[in-house]
Write a protein that binds this ligand. Sequence first.
Ligand code: HEC
Ligand code: HEC
Length: 159
Amino acid sequence: MMRSPGSWLGALLVILFVATGAIAQMVPGERVPKLSGPPQEMGEVEAEPIPKWVVDDARKERAYPDQPPIIPHSIEGYQLSVNTNRCLSCHKRELTQESGAPMISVTHYMTREGQMLADVSPRRYFCTACHVPQADVRPLVGNTFKDMSDMGVKQAGSE
Ligand code: HEC
Ligand code: HEC
């Protein structure tokens, strides 16, 4: 069977791509959190220490404007299911005056097409898909993130 040079080149590129991926996985690099469980699934495994959650109620600075703000309070035992959303019992617009909680963002009322709804959009219902509490633990991987305002951006109104 004859093959065009193009298809040979394509096949070569695929092999190269797969091989580099496989090698990258074999080289012991930075300690990355394991996704699989313990090697002896049925054996007795020492429990990891329970982290100390940050629950100081101080709203944290966002690392960039679009960042889902982190949760600065305890969410221990807050039910979040199809029928019950404990988060909304403080954070929905109608209840923020009593609770003192910040209202869910205006974007949380929008559909994917930007249409405003009267209630939280289904795609913003499961809060903890985006908002997470913080624990006082050693970071699992290194982080070289730089705030964009530390990169020479002149801030509006700074003169
Ligand atoms: C009992 C009321 C109450 C409940 C329930 C509650 N919150 Fe809050 N939340 C607050 C208050 C009040 C604040 C303001 C900071 C503080 O006092 O902790 C806050 C702050 C936050 C913030 C930080 C907002 C910012 O701009 O920094 C996030 C995110 C948040 N809550 C998410 C959640 C999620 C997700 C849940 C459900 C798992 C939840 N909250 C349940 C009262 C509540
Ligand atoms: C798909 C991701 C996502 C989900 C789900 C989500 N949020 Fe957010 N949230 C964000 C992002 C991103 C921001 C910041 C940008 C913005 O305003 O949209 C934000 C902002 C907020 C703020 C700050 C509002 C302000 O004006 O300071 C609160 C409070 C909040 N969310 C609460 C909630 C609660 C409660 C739920 C569940 C009912 C929820 N969010 C679900 C992504 C999400």
